[in-house]
Design a protein around this ligand. Structure first.
Ligand SMILES: *Cc1c(COP(=O)(O)O)cnc(C)c1O
Length: 354
């Protein structure tokens, strides 16, 4: 148990209207901080006013990118309370990321406790419009003031909160995706399976080009052969081919998504065949050409499930399911969001009341 000191802000920011939230544009009144010093460990957890901060310009994070982040949401229930969805999975993944990039571990229960207490303090910020939620962003940065290249001896663990809008204001609309065969996101042995900012820095160039060409996101291929499907933008990807659901296995360069894991478990519980294996982009095209490609979708906390209506690869455009939302895509979305908001029963014990 952490003994979190709480200093309430005496300023209350105005709340934006719930139909104009967007994503990550507004922040609540408070934030959580906890400091780490080598030889002392994590200490002085505090919830205080959300405000600007001061850092030494030589702080490690600015130069060598030693940082990690997480993302999850608090959902407003009908009865006014809030739900969290599998927060212990974010805690576990945090420590996997931390191990990979030499950040100090945080006890899982402390991580979840800090989230619960911060969300409780700012719970009037959880929006209640349909599809809206309070996005939770835990992150750790290396703060030791030095240009020496070594794991920092000081860190800051922080949590900030942002009320976010419905990802799909006009319902689940399929998106167009650009298959990137020049730039890559991650390579086995690298940090692709860690949730660290560097992966996003590396992905900007490809994302920018895809946007310029009129696509919503990039589908990344493996870094060695540019052949195997990895993930799409900031989501994991699923294909339904001839009744079977296929998703790339966690090979080391793919982020182990919690929505991915939940989707796999849900579909298996519905008696569907789900296979985690390597899949080439050619196989996807072949399936489309012989009429067995039924659905393609992405999974991630921000959008939950996003239908993919078209893929573009080497100048050919593939339309999927007549650019309509498939049955499994829709069922996954309805079930997962239903559980998160508390309107559908959760037989897995995933939903935690705040
Ligand atoms: C966070 C993330 C995902 C999705 O993970 P969820 O736990 O489902 O939100 C997928 N890919 C990348 C690169 C990510 O950073």
């Amino acid at each position: 148990m952490l003994e979190i000191k709480i200093i309430k802000s005496n300023e209350k920011k105005p709340h934006p209207p719930s139909d104009a939230l967007g994503f990550g544009q507004y922040f609540t009144d408070h934030m959580f901080l906890m400091t780490y010093d080598e030889g002392v460990g994590w200490h002085d957890p505090i919830i205080k006013k959300y405000e600007d901060m001061k850092f030494d310009p030589s702080a490690c994070v600015f130069h060598y990118g030693q940082e990690m982040f997480e993302g999850l949401k608090a959902y407003r229930r009908e009865d006014g309370g809030f739900n969290l969805f599998r927060p212990e999975m974010n805690a576990r993944r945090t420590n996997n990321t931390n191990d990979r990039i030499c950040l100090p571990r945080i006890p899982e229960e402390d991580f979840v406790q800090a989230i619960r207490e911060l969300v409780s303090v700012d719970q009037d910020w959880i929006p209640d419009g349909p599809g809206t939620s309070l996005y939770i962003r835990p992150f750790i940065i290396a703060t030791e003031p030095t240009l020496m290249v070594h794991p920092s001896r000081q860190y800051l663990f922080m949590i900030i909160l942002s009320p976010v809008g419905a990802y799909y204001s006009e319902g689940l609309k399929p998106v167009k995706i650009f298959v990137e065969d020049e730039y890559v996101r991650a390579v086995k042995g690298g940090v692709g399976e860690a949730k660290t900012g560097g992966n996003y820095g590396a992905s900007m160039r490809g994302q920018k080009r895809a946007k310029e060409l009129g696509f919503a996101q990039v589908l990344w291929l493996d870094a060695i052969e540019r052949k195997y499907v990895e993930e799409v933008g900031t989501s994991n990807i699923f294909f339904k081919i001839n009744g079977e659901v296929i998703t790339p296995n966690l090979s080391g360069s793919i982020l182990p998504g919690i929505t991915r894991d939940s989707s796999i478990q849900l579909m298996k519980s519905w008696g569907m065949k789900v296979t985690e294996r390597m899949i080439t982009i050619e196989e996807v095209w072949e399936a489309a050409n012989n009429g067995t490609l039924e659905e393609v979708w992405g999974t991630g906390t921000a959008a939950v499930i996003s239908a993919i209506g078209a893929l573009s690869y080497k100048e050919t455009l593939l339309e999927i399911n007549d650019n309509k939302i498939g049955r499994t895509t829709q069922k996954l979305y309805d079930t997962m969001t239903g559980m998160q908001y508390g309107s559908i029963e959760d037989p897995f014990g995933w939903v935690i009341k705040g």
